[in-house]
Each structure stands twice: as structure tokens, then as C-alpha cells.
Design a protein around this ligand. Structure first.
Ligand SMILES: Cc1ncc(COP(=O)(O)O)c(C=O)c1O
Length: 482
């Protein structure tokens, strides 16, 4: 397969070069017109690269559909899949396309991204959960153990398992083992590999989910590999599921996908085929250097290796210097003009990718070194540490989708025991829902959420005055426990 061509990119570029007079969408008619500020920022000729796919006409010379098929086949070749699919709605869309066709139970770790939950609202079946625990030192969610998955599969028929590889923090499970255990029960395995697109390009990184035997994976190509924000790829080992996902995509995706987004995915794939190993190799070198330098700064702690298999995700804490991760994020931004990806109570996450340079990494190291010096002068106490024991998963009284669209009411969290939740309540970060729509508030759940709130842990879904959303028709629901 000749990976040195980019058929979709070339088709789009050729259309621009022809200067066709457009009596078709989009309304800007491929001209800058009154939108000078947009073109000044995006570069001249940008509008001319943005036709809609209405110009699709194989009988003339623009068969964009065929070019897309070729581009996706090349992506499949590069990532080691049987088939691939481009998504212009990120990994969120990709997860929706994968899960919408499921009809039975889908098993997901509780810490899964909200896109997995919303995908389960589109699916006909129901979600079942693998409970998530936190690492006690860093409060980051831990991957499920193979035994946990197998215990559930041995007792319940499950159509598909959705795993996350790696987590936002770079934590991975023994993925091959998890997949083998799931497949023993004839269960499909889908992997949310939003943060792992670069794994295919280095032996120093964890094996990809496809290499570990997943039926299908979704990768946010934009997160770690350089395509435009919003662009992802799905890769399939399982051809029959690919056919179902194509149908789901047809029904869920806009009928006017951005051809620029698709072309950028194609061109990024071409560049990666040629130099991906070098580019990711350079990013790894920068990441190793950054870790080494950060570790030598007084008061800086790095997330230990057993919790993190992806060195490009640099998670570090200044808790010994009395700073929360949230404060570190703010100080880096306000005093050093540096923006990290994420912060939580203990740590911040700085991503290194093929877009980084020695200079960008030196800026981060210099800023953290300076921050450390400033804090030492103040000789503050280390940050208070918390032991977090999240509650048992609450009883599920109703499916996610059914509950989500019921009539809702508000009640004070403290008085919610026995009520059925109409929404998610999720301490964030890291974003593990304590209760989801259709689940019943227990005293343990309420106590835990009140505790999170008392220590200032932001809770997504908690309304002003500590109100929560419940189902109006709570009484009859509570009788039909499943
Ligand atoms: C684990 C995980 N899955 C899925 C997504 C959704 O990805 P996208 O932004 O490409 O839709 C994210 C986004 O942050 C994520 O962290």
C-alpha cells in the first residue's frame, strides 16, 4: 500500500485549483467576501478549501466518496486495522457510532468518559458498570482488574465491554489479558483510545488496543497526533461491526462533514506513515528529558511509573510546597503564560506531543523551577492529604436513557435518600460519576457527595444551594427495582 499519497487531500486541493464557479453550498461560495478577519487568521485560500460534499459527482471528476474510502483504507493500513473510519465529531462521535448498534448489556468501567454514557443513551441495551477505585496517593482512577471483569461476565450475559486505554493520566491495564478474558465469553471489546493514537509509533509505548485484540477502537487523532481539533479515527478488526458502525455514522453524523477536517486527517496520516516513528520518538525524548528535569526540582513529585505507562503525559505535583494542582495550573497560566491540559487537587497534567520543541519544554521546566523557588522562600506546609473511599455503586432502578428524559424535579442533596437521580453527579476531575440517571440515592452516596463538597471538590451536576436533579415520578419507580 503506497502510504505516500493522500487521496482525499489531493481531491480537495484539486477542486480548489480548478476554480470552479460554485452554485452550491456553503454560502461563502469559497470566497473570502466580507469575512476578511477569518481569512487573515486562517490563511489565504482557506475558504476555497471548504466546499461541501454536495459537489460529489463521480460522473465529472470529483468522487470525494471514493477518495474518502481510499483515505480510510490507507489509515487502516497504517494503524493495522481491517477497516478505518474518519470522524468529524471526535472520539465522542466515534463512541456513538460504535455503541449505538448494541442491543444487549454493555459493560463499562465507571470512570469512562461521558461520551460512553451518552453513547449508551443511543444504544438499545443498558450499561452495567465495573466499579472504579482511586489510587490513594494520587486520587486518580485505576484501571479494572481482569478478575473484576471476568466475575461480572461469568454471571451476566454481556454483549460488549468498553475499555479505556490509556486513561487521561496515562494509566493502562493489562489490556491483552482483559481482552482475552472478555473474549472467552464471546463478548465484543471496544476500546476508547482517545489518548493513545500515538502508541502505534513507538515500541517504548504500550501496545495498541488493536494489537491487543480489540474488535474496534476510537482514537482522538487531534489529541496526540496533530490533526485538527474535532477529528478522530475509528479502527476495526471486526468487519461485521464496522458495517454496523457505518450505518450508525450515516444516521448520526452531519450530512455536511467538513472536507477540510477529512483532508487534514488524510494528510496527517500520510505524514505519520512517513515520519511518525521519528516524530513520536522525538516527543518521547523531550518527555524523558522533561521528567528528569522536573524530578530534580525541589518539592516536585512525578506520578510514579506503575501508575503511568505513557511517559508523554507528565503528571506532577507541588503538594509538598503546599500547592494544589488547581493552584499550580492557575500560577503557570497567570505568571508564566503556560497552560496545562488538566489539574486536580494534587497534580497537573502537561502533555508532550510531536508539536513540542526543546524551547516549549524548557519554558515549562523553567517556570516550575521558579515556582518552587518562590514557594520555598515562603516555607509553607505541605498540602493536606485526603483518604478517599468512594461509595458502592447505587442501585439501578431505571436505564440511563429512560431516566434522562423523564420529568425532573430538584431537591436538596441532603434530603435525597431513596430518590432516583435524573442526572449525573461527578466530582471533577477526574470525573467518575458517583450517581447516574436512574440510580437511587443511598445515604452513603449522599454522605460522600456532601464530603466532596465540604472540601471544595467541584461536583459536576450539583446545582446551586446543593440541589440535585431527581425524577418527579419517584414513587412508582422505586417499586420496580430491577
Ligand atoms: C477518555 C476520553 N474519551 C473520549 C473523549 C472524547 O474525545 P473527543 O474530544 O475527541 O470527542 C475524551 C476527551 O477528552 C476522553 O478523555
Amino acid at each position: 500500500m503506497n502510504q505516500d499519497i493522500a487521496p482525499f487531500w489531493d481531491a480537495l486541493y484539486a477542486y480548489r485549483q480548478k476554480g470552479v464557479v460554485p452554485f452550491h453550498t456553503p454560502g461563502h461560495k469559497l470566497q473570502v467576501g466580507p469575512f476578511q478577519r477569518i481569512e487573515a487568521a486562517l490563511g489565504s485560500g482557506f475558504f476555497a478549501l471548504d466546499p461541501s460534499d454536495e459537489i460529489e459527482n463521480a460522473a465529472i471528476d470529483h468522487d470525494f466518496e471514493e477518495a474518502l474510502r481510499e483515505a480510510e483504507a490507507l489509515a487502516a493500513g497504517l494503524f493495522g486495522a481491517r477497516s478505518s473510519m474518519f470522524s468529524v465529531n471526535g472520539t465522542t462521535g466515534g463512541l456513538h457510532y460504535l455503541l449505538m448498534p448494541t442491543r444487549g448489556t454493555v459493560l463499562i468501567p465507571r470512570f469512562s468518559h461521558q461520551a460512553v454514557y451518552s453513547a449508551m443513551m443511543l444504544a438499545q441495551g443498558e450499561a452495567a458498570y465495573v466499579p472504579s477505585s482511586y489510587d490513594p496517593e494520587w486520587l486518580i482512577p485505576l484501571q479494572p482488574q481482569p478478575e473484576q471483569i471476568e466475575d461480572i461476565l461469568a454471571d451476566h450475559p454481556v454483549e460488549a465491554v468498553v475499555l479505556t486505554h490509556p486513561t487521561y493520566y496515562g494509566t493502562v491495564a493489562d489490556l491483552s489479558e482483559l481482552i482475552q478474558r472478555a473474549q472467552k465469553y464471546d463478548t465484543l471489546v471496544f476500546v476508547d483510545e482517545a489518548h493513545g493514537g500515538h502508541f502505534a509509533f513507538s515500541q517504548e509505548l504500550p501496545r495498541t488496543a488493536l494489537q491487543c485484540g480489540a474488535d474496534a477502537v476510537v482514537q482522538s487523532t487531534h489529541k496526540t497526533l496533530g490533526s485538527f481539533t474535532q477529528t478522530s479515527m475509528l479502527h476495526f478488526n471486526n468487519e461485521s461491526w464496522y458495517a454496523k458502525a457505518v450505518e450508525a455514522q450515516r444516521s448520526l453524523q452531519t450530512t455536511s462533514p467538513s472536507l477540510v477536517f477529512l483532508a487534514v486527517l488524510d494528510e496527517v496520516r500520510r505524514v505519520l506513515a512517513e515520519g511518525g516513528a521519528d516524530l513520536v520518538g522525538q516527543a518521547l525524548e523531550l518527555a524523558y528529558e522533561c521528567r528528569k528535569q522536573l524530578a530534580s526540582i525541589r518539592g516536585v513529585e512525578l506520578l510514579p511509573r506503575h501508575l503511568q505507562a505513557d511517559p508523554t503525559k507528565i503528571v506532577f505535583s507541588l503538594r509538598e510546597l503546599g500547592l494544589t494542582g488547581i493552584e499550580v495550573e492557575r500560577l503557570l497560566r497567570m505568571d508564566y503564560n503556560i497552560q496545562v491540559e488538566l489539574s486536580d487537587y494534587y497534580a497537573v497534567l502537561a502533555l508532550i506531543s510531536l508539536g513540542d520543541t526543546r524551547e516549549s519544554v524548557a519554558r515549562l521546566i523553567g517556570a516550575v523551577a521558579d515556582l518552587s523557588k518562590r514557594r520555598h522562600r515562603l516555607s509553607l506546609r505541605p498540602l493536606k492529604r485526603y483518604a478517599v473511599k468512594s461509595p458502592e455503586l447505587p442501585p439501578i432502578l431505571m436505564g440511563l436513557r429512560e431516566a434522562f428524559f423523564q420529568e425532573q424535579a430538584m431537591i436538596s442533596l441532603a434530603k435525597a435518600e431513596g430518590k432516583v437521580s435524573g442526572g449525573f453527579l461527578t466530582p471533577y476531575p477526574p470525573g467518575v460519576p458517583v450517581i447516574a440517571p436512574g440510580e437511587q440515592f443511598t445515604s452513603e452516596v449522599i454522605e460522600y457527595l456532601l464530603w466532596c463538597s465540604s472540601i471544595g471538590w467541584p461536583i459536576r451536576g450539583l446545582m446551586p444551594e446543593q440541589k440535585v436533579v431527581i425524577l418527579e415520578d419517584n414513587g412508582c419507580l422505586c417499586r420496580k427495582t430491577r
